[in-house]
Each structure stands twice: as C-alpha cells, then as structure tokens.
Design a protein around this ligand. Structure first.
Ligand SMILES: *[C@@H]1O[C@H](CO)[C@@H](O)[C@H](O)[C@H]1NC(C)=O
Ligand SMILES: *[C@@H]1O[C@H](CO)[C@@H](O)[C@H](O)[C@H]1NC(C)=O
Ligand SMILES: *[C@@H]1O[C@H](CO)[C@@H](O)[C@H](O)[C@H]1NC(C)=O
Length: 186
C-alpha cells in the first residue's frame, strides 16, 4: 500500500505541475486574439481562439506563424466553399434567381482562391501591403456573395455560415498582419 502511494503521489504532483505550466503558444493565441478582438469589431475572441487552436502546429507558432496559419485557414475555407457551391448547383433544382446567385458566388470563390494564393506568396516575402490587398478582396467576395441572396426577399442563403467564416478568418489574417506591421520585425 505504502509503495503504491509513494509511486502515485509523485506522479499526481508532477502532472499537476505540468498542467499548470503556462503553454507559451496557447498564451500567444489567447493574447493575440484578445488584441485583435479589441481592435477590430469584426473579430470575435472565441472565433479567433477556436479557429487558431484547431490548426495544426499553432501551439508553438510565432506571431508570423499565426498569420500564415490564418491565411491557410482562409485558403481551406474558400476552397471547400467553392466545392460546396458546385455540389449545391448540381444536386438541386433552383429557381433562376437563386441559381444566378450561386453562379455568382462560384465565380467569386474561384477568384478568391487565386487571391488567397497571391496573399500567401506576398505574406511569405513580407510584402504585407500587397497581401492585404488580396486578402481584403477575399473578404469582399464573401460579403458580395452573401449580399446577392439578401437582395431578394424570402431567398435564404445556403452559404451564410460559410461566408461568415471566410469573412472572419480573413479579418483575423488581416489583423495579424497589421499587428506585425505595428511591431518590429517578427
Ligand atoms: C486560452 O483561452 C482558452 C479559451 O478561451 C482557455 O481555455 C485557456 O485556458 C487559455 N489558455 C491560457 C494559457 O491562457
Ligand atoms: C469590418 O468590416 C467592414 C465590412 O467589410 C469593413 O468595412 C470594416 O473596415 C471592418 N472593420 C475593421 C476595423 O477592419
Ligand atoms: C472554415 O473555418 C471555420 C472557422 O474556423 C472552421 O470551423 C471550418 O472547419 C473551416 N472549414 C474548412 C473546410 O477548413
């Protein structure tokens, strides 16, 4: 019995030490998201932390790394949404107006994919102003897509959640870049 406790107690003690140890990457995500949410009304703290935490290798990323990760998330999102729109158009019969909206969104997201690729390239070479232009156009694409549905009363957008995700992820990426530009070299 006593040998059991002499084994288990140090283990409990050690694991409590480990779990209270601050994880620096997690702190950076939380701190960054706190700043972004404070400075940009388009960014929710929870959305920011949830999105970044879920990304591979985000826990040990620098601020520059978090920017890269958020642009990558935008890329996955727009690529996935483009594919989703394609399926929507194929698998259901739409009235002409709704169909036109979906077509427009498909075009917008097709362009958004090349914009985000450009943004990534510029980001990697630290040309943040150019990256900003391209990411802003991705943000606009999501807004324009959603607005198309809203122009017709009674028409429900099937893409609201996706457009919101793309919009917010782009906002996160843009804000990280502006933090980088405000600070010194990262
Ligand atoms: C970071 O935020 C998450 C959720 O907001 C929280 O669960 C976690 O404990 C925080 N981590 C640190 C190190 O502050
Ligand atoms: C929030 O989004 C709106 C709509 O796209 C944009 O005009 C505005 O500049 C954004 N706010 C910030 C602080 O970026
Ligand atoms: C798009 O972004 C949202 C918010 O971060 C995330 O929950 C979702 O899984 C992403 N989708 C893809 C396909 O990456």
């Amino acid at each position: 019995m006593s040998s059991f406790f002499s084994f288990i107690l140090p283990v409990l003690f050690l694991s409590s030490l480990i779990s209270t140890q601050p994880a620096n990457g997690q702190n950076l995500i939380n701190e960054t998201c706190k700043t972004l949410a404070r400075d940009d009304p388009n960014i929710s703290y929870n959305f920011c932390t949830t999105s970044l935490q879920a990304a591979p290798a985000s826990q040990c990323a620098s601020l520059h790394g978090l920017g890269m990760i958020s642009i990558r998330l935008v890329r996955y999102n727009v690529t996935d949404t483009r594919c989703y729109i394609k399926d929507l158009m194929k698998n259901r019969k739409w009235d002409p107006y709704a169909k036109q909206c979906l077509k427009d969104c498909f075009e917008l997201f097709s362009d958004a994919i090349s914009s985000v690729q450009q943004a990534m390239k510029y980001y990697n070479s630290k040309r943040y102003d150019d990256a900003n232009v391209h990411l802003s156009s991705v943000m606009d694409a999501a807004t324009t897509c959603e607005d198309g549905f809203n122009e017709r009363r009674g028409l429900v957008s099937q893409l609201t959640k996706r457009n919101r995700n793309t919009f917010q992820l782009s906002a996160v990426a843009l804000s990280v870049m502006s933090e980088i530009q405000k600070g010194s070299d990262v």
